[in-house]
Design a protein around this ligand. Structure first.
Ligand code: GLP
Length: 233
């Protein structure tokens, strides 16, 4: 893993942007995208740049089950308002939170990923070390799956909802096996509440208890973290 320690999330966004720009120069056509507060500064830099994605494809990591893309809390809505409205892609895939048949939806999404192998995947990390919505204990062999969210993740997401009962309890997520197929992965983490997860990911044992530690086995990972997130290394 290449680890880059920066002063702030703003500086981290500039570094993240540089990786996108370099990979585009190298011919990357398929970008794996993430939601959450972490990639926002990278998306801002991309929006302010002259990068053009209109011939490229995006494939997002996850979506809440039961949520329509018009819902402001959906990941589709997040992507529209932070990136796609300014930098449209030729095609942008996300799991469909309203799919009637979950088994078919996960198969459909696996096919999307197989047909569009990801050149560059950006990831955040949960406080418990999850990536996408692959919570601790998730098998490393799974591809797209429907996941019950852990209480820790529900609590972390509660700030975005008026009432805790409105926080979704399930999500569709790319699996760890799907994420590991990406040619290059950037993982970003900012803030002290990520410090334990970052330490486990980089220095800890490679274990299903901390899903991000699987990245120790990937040949091309760039970790971009601020000093607070790096404080336990
Ligand atoms: C969510 C998302 C993850 C994200 C994580 C951290 O659960 N499914 O993809 O990385 O939370 O979120 P944040 O970046 O807001 O800290």
């Amino acid at each position: 893993m290449k680890v880059l320690i920066v002063k702030s999330d703003v500086e981290g966004g500039k570094e993240g942007y540089k990786v996108f720009a370099d990979e585009k120069k190298n011919g990357a056509k398929v970008f794996g995208l993430a939601t959450g507060s972490t990639p926002v500064t990278t998306y801002k830099e991309i929006v302010a740049s002259d990068l053009d994605f209109s011939n490229d494809t995006s494939v997002n990591l996850d979506e809440y089950v039961g949520m329509s893309g018009d819902n402001e809390q959906s990941y589709r809505y997040f992507m529209q308002s932070h990136l796609f409205d300014f930098k449209p892609f030729k095609e942008s895939f996300l799991p469909n939170g309203l799919a009637e048949n979950p088994d078919e939806e996960v198969k459909r999404y696996d096919k999307v990923i197989d047909e569009h192998p990801i050149d560059l995947q950006i990831l955040g990390i949960g406080r418990n070390g999850h990536i996408g919505f692959n919570e601790p204990g998730t098998s490393r062999d799974v591809t797209t799956h429907k996941v019950p969210l852990t209480q820790s993740t529900i609590d972390a997401n509660a700030r975005f909802f008026e009432r805790e009962e409105d926080v979704p309890k399930f999500a569709y997520s790319m699996g760890l096996a799907s994420i590991m197929k990406s040619k290059h992965i950037i993982l970003e983490a900012f803030g002290a509440e990520k410090a334990d997860a970052v330490k486990g990911m980089i220095e800890g044992p490679d274990t299903v208890d901390l899903p991000a530690s699987i990245l120790q086995n990937h040949p091309n990972v760039t970790v971009i973290i601020d000093e607070a997130a790096a404080s336990k290394l």
